[in-house]
Structures are given as structure tokens and as C-alpha cells.
Ligand binder design. Structure first.
Ligand code: NAI
Length: 475
């Protein structure tokens, strides 16, 4: 017998599980279906973010940063380390534990909010009088019927044509998080967020890392100043980043992988690596969803087509997160999930796409929100720029990390903040203040007049705001 709900959410990643919780808070009866399992076959809700994305990568970034600090930088603080040793098994085990705690946390939240969780694969079955029939395949096969459905099935790593992931030698974000021994030579294709974060992890742990990036520019989406500063810092650390590299052939052999590519000047190269991470973007997950069965419309790239409010072409069927247009970011998915639940409940929420922050968790971190300088120039917008280097910040000096700066772009007439771009220590945390200011359509002067604790890195934000008016105090 079918089980009835007000809402069935397909997928328990950040878009899906958050939508389910918010809908339950609003009084709906909610089911959330997700088929992710851990290595023991146990339920592992949380999607890519929790299992093979944001969370495990941050665990590895933290561990590898500690290792690098101990190896190279403790000395500057007068701390001598003898017999430093990497226990990779333990390091990876800690990462798995962090992931598991997050899986368990979501299961706990489902219970707490009375969301019924099904461990299995969901697909559209049919339109029925009461709404939509959803089939759940898995250990406990079920039929669910709900008035509303939210599709939150996420995305998967895009493979290079003809080079499937085997997660042994050719690695996606998944395999790249569980390499059993530090490879001597690691190749990475794509210098985007995943390539840079995971390339940094394995470089810190001792691999010789070469990143082949197809585009002629480094991090085209970032402000040019941020990209330039980051490229210089990452290169200095030992990441070899080759821009404008055209990968022509990838061949695995018993020992590793051979990559043939043409460099920016047209010169041919043959490189050999022990492992190769392919991080060239992601594709939406709609296989096996039954989109055809019910006529759910996908666009030409396979994304579920939605309007600005995440409505699909089918009545009461919604879609959020990586499976729809927009940036593939966990926090964007969460905000869409909340908004959809509230819309179903008759509220009128709004997701502001102009203030979604971006973060890259390399060292230095990069974070930005709003427009960058090249975009403002292209738009012909009259703006003022204020920049403050961490070199001139007392806390950064005390920390021993003075890389980078905060850069604020504000409208020349109204002083409204149009974009904030940070490269440097804790950029991921500092960006929150910029998001708040932009959400409230605040001015650079507003930031400049807010009292910032001393000594903190956040003072660089205040000083950059002062610099917009050419009156920085400490630079
Ligand atoms: P990405 O879109 O960030 O970067 C892909 C890079 O690969 C681009 O620089 C592109 O020019 C390059 N590329 C594409 N095809 C290529 C080819 N054939 N040869 C050489 N280079 C090529 O994609 P990535 O790193 O795979 O990440 C996927 C998604 O995951 C992103 O949309 C990102 O938003 C999300 N993500 C976010 C993180 C964060 O917020 N910190 C961390 C990790 C992933």
C-alpha cells in the first residue's frame, strides 16, 4: 500500500535534507528518499557535500595544513619538530569519522523533525489523483504518494570523453579523497575549485602535483587581482599550474597514467603520473529519475528546467540545487530548499543570487561576493575601489600569514558595496560581513563606521572600506 505524504523530497544532500526539515517545521508530513550508502552499506544521507565533497575535503585540507605547518612553519615560531611522520591511514580515518558524524547528524535531524527517511532510489512512477506516485527501490521497496515533490538529486563529476573514472588511477572528487598512499606524481586536469583544493591537499602531504588547465586564464570567474595573488602564492608553494593546456590523450597503464597535452604555445608534452584527478566540472543527476515517464522537462544540458522560484514544468514538482541552473554550491542549494518549502506553505521567500558568496579553501583562501572589477568595467559602472593588504594587519603578522588582501568595490556616486574580494587567511569567514552589508544594500562607509575588534583580521575589511574613500588608517 502506498504511503501518503504532503511532500516527498528526492535526495538528501544540502538542498534536499534542508528542504525536508524546513517543510516539516512548517507542519507538512514529509518523506526524504536517498540511496547514498557508506562502505558498510549503511545509510549515508548528506549527498556529495557530506560524503565526497565539502566536508571530507575540508577535513583533509585541515589535516594536511597541520602537517605542512609542522613541517615548514613551526620553526618560525621557535618550535622544533623532530621525527615528524605522516600516518595517512589515521588521517583518512579521521576524515571518514567526520563524514560519519555528519551522516548521523542528518539522521538525527530527520528524527527530531519527524521527517520519514527512506534509504533507496526514488523515481517518478505516475501522476495520480492525490499528486505524484514515487517508487522507491532498495532494501525496502515502497510506493509513496505526495501532493508535492522536490527533486534534489545533485550532480556527478564530469568525465573526460573516453576516460571513465575507475577511482583507482583516474579519480573523481570521490577517489581523490581516499588515495591509500601519497602518490609521487599526481596529475590534475582542471584548475577549478576541486582541482586546487585537492591538489593542495596531496601536495602538502608530499606529492608532486601538476595541474593542467584548459583555459588561458587562471580562475576566470574570480577578480583578476585575487586570481593573480592566489596563482603566485600557490605556485610558490609548489603547485605546478599549466594554463592553456590542451589534453589530447589519457592512457592508463599498469603503473599509472600517461597524459599527452599541448601547452599554450602549441608545444606537445608527454607526462606520466601515478594518479590523475579529473576535475573539469559536474553534470546534473537525472538518470533513472523517471523524468520521461511523467514528462519532467530537462534542458539541453540535462538540468531540470525551473523558473526563478524552482518550479518545474509539472504542477507541484519543484527542483533545487546542483540539478538546476545556477552555481553548484551547497549553500545555494540550501537556500533554494528553504525557499521551496516556504513557497509550498504559501509564503513568499526570495533567494538573492547576487549575494551568494564563493569560497575556495586553498591556502590562502579565496572568497568573494558580488561583482568583480572586470565585470563592473564591462557593465560600464562607475565605481571606486579600496584595497587593504593583510601585510599591514597586526593580527595577520602575529599569525604569521600576511598573504593577500581585502578589496572592496563600491558605486562611485552612492557608495553602495557592489563586490568584495578577499584572498588571505580566513577569507571564508571574513566574507560573511560583506554578504550582510550587500544584503542590506549598505555602503562602504557603513563598513568603515562599524567598530571592528582589535586585533582581528576583520579590521582589514574596515580598512579596505576606508580605502574606498582613500583614508585607510594603517596603510
Ligand atoms: P570548476 O567548474 O570549478 O572547474 C573546472 C575547471 O576545469 C575550469 O577551470 C575549466 O576551465 C577546466 N576544464 C574544463 N574542461 C577541461 C579540459 N578538458 N582540460 C583542462 N581543463 C578543463 O569544476 P570543479 O572543480 O570540477 O568543481 C565542480 C563544482 O563543484 C563547481 O561548480 C564548484 O562550485 C563545486 N565545488 C565547490 C567548492 C567550494 O565551494 N569550495 C569545492 C569543490 C567543488
Amino acid at each position: 500500500m502506498a504511503k501518503n505524504f504532503d511532500l516527498v523530497v528526492i535526495g538528501a544532500g544540502p538542498g534536499g535534507y534542508i528542504a525536508a526539515i524546513r517543510a516539516a517545521q512548517l507542519g507538512m508530513s514529509v518523506a526524504c528518499v536517498d540511496d547514498w550508502s557508506d562502505e558498510k552499506g549503511k545509510p549515508a544521507p548528506g549527498g556529495t557535500c557530506t560524503n565526497v565533497g565539502c566536508i571530507p575535503s575540508k577535513a583533509l585540507l585541515q589535516s594536511s595544513e597541520h602537517y605542512e605547518q609542522a613541517e615548514k612553519h613551526f620553526e618560525d615560531h621557535g618550535i622544533e619538530v623532530k621525527g615528524l611522520e605522516l600516518k595517512l591511514d589515521k588521517l583518512l580515518g579521521r576524515k571518514d569519522k567526520v563524514v560519519n558524524e555528519n551522516n548521523q547528524g542528518i539522521l538525527f535531524l530527520f528524527k527530531k523533525n519527524k521527517v520519514t527517511y527512506f534509504h533507496g532510489r526514488a523515481s517518478f512512477n505516475a501522476k495520480v489523483d492525490a499528486g505524484w506516485s514515487i517508487k522507491v527501490d532498495g532494501k525496502d521497496a515502497e510506493e509513496l504518494v505526495a501532493k508535492h515533490v522536490v527533486v534534489a538529486t545533485g550532480s556527478s563529476a564530469r568525465q573526460l570523453p573516453g576516460v571513465p573514472f575507475d577511482e583507482e588511477t583516474i579519480l573523481s572528487n570521490d577517489g581523490a579523497l581516499r588515495i591509500g598512499s601519497v602518490p609521487k606524481k599526481l596529475g590534475v586536469i582542471g584548475a577549478g575549485v576541486i582541482g586546487l583544493e585537492l591538489g593542495s591537499v596531496w601536495r602538502r602531504l608530499g606529492a608532486e602535483v601538476t595541474i593542467l588547465e584548459g583555459a588561458p586564464e587562471f580562475l576566470a570567474a574570480a577578480d583578476r587581482d585575487v586570481a593573480k595573488e592566489a596563482l603566485s602564492a600557490l605556485t610558490k608553494q609548489g603547485l605546478e599550474i599549466k594554463l592553456g593546456a590542451k589534453v589530447e590523450e589519457v592512457k592508463t597503464s599498469g603503473k599509472g597514467v600517461k597524459v599527452e597535452y599541448e601547452d599554450a604555445s602549441g608545444k606537445e608534452h608527454k607526462a606520466e603520473f601515478d594518479k590523475l584527478i579529473v576535475s573539469i566540472g559536474r553534470v546534473p543527476n537525472t538518470d533513472g529519475l523517471g523524468a520521461d515517464t511523467v514528462g519532467l522537462k530537462l534542458d539541453e544540458r540535462g538540468f531540470v528546467e525551473v523558473d526563478d522560484d524552482c518550479r518545474t514544468n509539472l504542477p507541484n514538482v519543484w527542483a533545487v540545487g546542483d540539478v538546476v541552473r545556477g552555481p553548484m554550491l551547497a549553500h545555494k542549494a540550501e537556500d533554494e530548499g528553504v525557499a521551496v518549502a516556504e513557497r509550498i506553505a504559501g509564503q513568499q521567500p526570495h533567494v538573492n543570487f547576487d549575494t551568494i558568496p564563493w569560497v575556495i579553501y586553498t591556502s590562502p583562501e579565496m572568497a568573494w561576493v558580488g561583482k568583480n572589477e572586470q565585470e563592473l568595467k564591462k557593465d560600464g559602472r562607475d565605481y571606486r575601489m579600496g584595497k587593504f593588504p593583510f601585510m599591514a594587519n597586526g593580527r595577520a603578522r602575529a599569525l604569521g600569514d600576511t598573504t593577500g588582501f581585502v578589496k572592496i568595490l563600491a558605486d562611485a556616486k552612492t557608495d553602495e558595496v557592489l563586490g568584495v574580494h578577499i584572498v588571505g587567511p580566513t577569507a571564508s569567514e571574513l566574507i560573511a560581513e560583506a554578504v550582510v552589508i550587500m544584503e542590506f544594500r549598505g555602503a562602504a562607509e557603513d563598513i568603515a563606521r562599524i567598530c571592528h575588534a582589535h586585533p582581528t583580521l576583520s579590521e582589514a575589511m574596515k580598512e579596505a572600506a576606508l580605502a574606498v574613500d582613500k583614508r585607510a588608517l594603517n596603510f
